[in-house]
Write a protein that binds this ligand. Structure first.
Ligand SMILES: NC(=O)c1ccc[n+]([C@@H]2O[C@H](COP(=O)([O-])OP(=O)(O)OC[C@H]3O[C@@H](n4cnc5c(N)ncnc54)[C@H](O)[C@@H]3O)[C@@H](O)[C@H]2O)c1
Ligand SMILES: O=C(O)C(=O)C[C@@H](O)[C@H](O)[C@H](O)COP(=O)(O)O
Ligand SMILES: [Zn+2]
Length: 363
């Protein structure tokens, strides 16, 4: 079992990663007067018995469960309200603990529900996807609005993260792709990362358990280090948003769920690298390596053809890193050394055109 400590101003907590990590849940429930689970309904159907057993073993067999729609569909104002009502009816107090059981979508919703209920109660992240090596750590929680991704939310750190890697065995290929995109991001933005090596060697169809665990743990360490320095995204935390300005626009244009988060972010990272070439003179070699990697691993890059620049630009203007009328991008002049840079509409359009050209979808 790997253990990574996350230290923020709100609190410090453990991330425990490895087979059987769920079995340690009792260690984190001792002071709770009531425990309540908010679970992705699909995950509950496949793996719910494991969490039930772990809770029973910790003397918490009477824990109430609230099932929310699988994936992105739960990140709505409506399901946020339903979750608040559930916590009230379950008898939760300020001394209670919520358990989030699912991927990043369920974790974001359950985390926000915990941040808001009685103005903030404890929650534990029990992530079940590869992507959640990113989402379960760092305390960003929230839901979508029709006009923009993660528009309503709060910073609220979990009291622990129990990442049971046995649960990853049932992930479908598109969710492996989605989660690994964030692992690539972590390698790209870290001065200690090995992005070029990863882009040449990793093939998802042949990836063994050890390699997967290596990238998960390495990504969590990158994230923990950055969040420890800048919990509320005043400075370096912005780098964790690499690829997300354009990526979130694609995700929103695809109707939340039409493309996975990681697939959209992969397209967004290609866009950000092209912008880095155009605005900072970055070497095209890295962009080409990422394009080859994502084509080899089946990312649906050409879907971008369905979303015109004007539509994506409209969403990009809602990006949380933007000031009114001015977009700010995370660029990568050199791998491992991100920086923030403004880009005006024409610069954004040129990069969009170049992306479509390289993907062979320019109309
Ligand atoms: N808070 C953060 O810092 C942060 C970071 C990155 C992403 N996110 C958010 O995370 C969300 C994406 O999360 P995700 O990629 O984990 O996907 P997800 O939570 O949307 O789940 C994707 C699908 O996988 C299924 N699933 C989950 N675990 C499974 C398992 N073990 N076996 C089989 N199926 C399983 C779900 O039921 C769902 O159908 C997005 O909303 C994104 O914005 C948040
Ligand atoms: O933790 C962060 O900070 C990130 O930006 C991680 C991202 O991978 C994640 O998708 C996050 O939810 C995006 O946040 P947002 O502030 O752009 O909504
Ligand atoms: Zn992300």
């Amino acid at each position: 079992m790997e253990e990574i400590r996350v230290s923020t101003t709100e609190r410090a907590y453990d991330v425990r990663v490895g087979p059987g990590a769920l079995g340690r849940i009792g260690d984190y429930l001792e002071g709770a007067d009531r425990v309540a689970v908010i679970a992705d309904e699909r995950v509950a159907g496949i793996h719910g018995d494991r969490l039930e057993q772990a809770l029973a073993g910790a003397g918490r067999g009477d824990t109430p469960w609230f099932l929310v729609p699988a994936g992105e569909a739960c990140k709505t104002v409506e399901w946020f309200g339903n979750a608040q009502q559930f916590l009230l009816e379950a008898g939760c107090t300020r001394k209670s603990t919520v358990i989030a059981f699912g991927g990043g979508a369920c974790g974001d919703l359950a985390g926000f529900a915990s941040a808001a209920y009685m103005r903030g109660i404890d929650f534990i992240q029990c992530p079940t996807t590869i992507l959640a090596h990113d989402s379960s750590v760092g305390g960003k929680t929230g839901i979508n609005l029709p006009g923009g991704k993660n528009m309503t939310g709060a910073f609220h750190q979990p009291s622990a993260v129990l990442y049971d890697t046995d649960l990853l065995e049932t992930l479908p290929p598109e969710e492996i792709r989605s989660g690994m995109a964030e692992a690539v991001k972590h390698q790209l933005i870290s001065p200690d990362g090995h992005a070029r090596d990863m882009l040449v060697t990793v093939d998802y169809s042949e990836m063994d358990e050890q390699t997967l665990l290596h990238y998960i743990v390495s990504g969590i360490r990158v994230k923990a280090e950055i969040v420890g320095r800048d919990e509320r995204e005043g400075s370096v935390r912005k780098f964790l948003n690499f690829g997300h300005t354009y990526g979130h626009a694609v995700e929103a244009a695809a109707g939340y769920g039409g493309m996975t988060h990681g697939e959209s972010v992969m397209i967004g990272m290609l866009y950000a690298l092209i912008l880095s070439e155009q605005l900072t003179g970055a070497d095209r070699g890295l962009t080409d390596a990422l394009q080859r990697f994502s084509e080899r691993n089946g990312y649906p890059l050409r879907s971008v053809a369905g979303y015109p620049f004007e539509q994506l630009y409209g969403y990009m203007q809602k990006d949380k890193k933007a000031s009114y009328g001015e977009l700010h991008f995370v660029l990568l002049p050199e791998d491992g050394h991100p920086l923030m840079n403004k880009a005006d509409r024409e610069q954004c359009r040129k990069a969009d055109e170049e992306l479509r050209k390289r993907l062979g979808v320019l109309t």
